[in-house]
Design a protein around this ligand. Structure first.
Ligand code: SAM
Length: 264
């Protein structure tokens, strides 16, 4: 998934065309008028295309799929919590409400929105390595109008950067975050987790090694939380084992907690 262009939805307004052309310039891509797109897609000349929709929303489309921002997973998980269910990420974080959290693998931002909802004065700094995922999700965070207040408030507490966490954590000063959270792509994908499926072709599949974990602990004041799947080998490969692992037996999704000061 490498060759792409920028276009608009059908019958675009002048303003839509202006926005799409400006966006194409910004990312150094080719702008293609919508009426010329079909031929490019059918001939296989491009792998995917960015669409500036009538309401300005940015979507990525390809033959048989599309990728856009939506906070539905955050909403579902909050509903589950409100109905008395457990959320292992929220349990693993043990938030006081004023933390600065680094979400090193932002993806769709569903977990960032959920975390941010539990912060009264803190914030979530998100990193996303894939420029394509970053652009669509950044646009969503700026443009999406949630129908519930808590999501609107949570989204205001999030900053997103198009950065590689491996570089970022090596440059960040000691103890510059309260918590570092990392959710790399699973080795054994859960295809039934449909929310993640549209992101897969664009995602970076970096994993976490001992040196990364060392830097994550160095830049965290309280803890590092790493998400993985019980079938994956991430925790086996790391020399420093999590002090605590919590998660759902049903889904196999695990959150490993590595405390900065395990004796406190
Ligand atoms: C499993 S998804 C994260 C999902 C996220 N927790 C959510 O709630 O939507 C992993 C994301 O991390 C990104 N990623 C992988 N390696 C990265 C790196 N080195 N730096 C920053 N982001 C990275 C992938 O591109 C992908 O979008």
């Amino acid at each position: 998934m490498k060759r792409f262009v920028v276009t608009t939805s059908h019958k675009p307004s002048k303003e839509q065309i202006r926005i799409a052309k400006a966006f194409a310039r910004e990312i150094e891509a080719t702008y293609v008028p919508r009426r010329k797109l079909k031929e490019m897609v059918e001939s296989g000349a491009i792998d995917f295309y960015y669409v500036v929709e009538a309401n300005g929303r940015l979507v990525i489309k390809w033959k048989g799929g599309e990728f856009f921002f939506h906070p539905s997973v955050a909403k579902l998980r909050m509903r589950n919590l409100k109905n008395g269910g457990r959320d292992y990420l929220i349990e693993a974080l043990e938030l006081e409400g004023n933390e600065i959290i680094l979400d090193a693998t932002f993806g769709l931002g569903a977990e960032a929105i959920l975390m941010a909802a539990f912060l009264k004065s803190g914030k979530v700094i998100g990193l996303e390595k894939s420029p394509h995922i970053y652009r669509v999700v950044r646009d969503g965070l700026e443009r999406y109008k949630p129908d519930v207040q808590w999501i609107a408030e949570a989204m205001k507490r999030i900053e997103l950067y198009n950065e590689d966490m491996k570089e970022f954590i090596r440059k960040a000063p000691d103890e510059s975050f309260d918590i570092v959270y990392c959710d790399p792509m699973f080795e054994n994908p859960k295809y039934e987790s449909s929310a993640m499926n549209p992101l897969r072709p664009f995602a970076s599949y970096d994993t976490v090694d001992d040196e990364d974990l060392g830097h994550m602990l160095r830049i965290a004041k309280k803890r590092v939380v790493i998400k993985t799947h019980e079938k994956d080998s991430l925790f086996e490969k790391l020399s420093r084992k999590p002090h605590k692992v919590i998660g759902s037996k049903k889904s196999g999704v695990l959150y490993g907690i590595i405390y900065k000061h395990p004796d406190l």
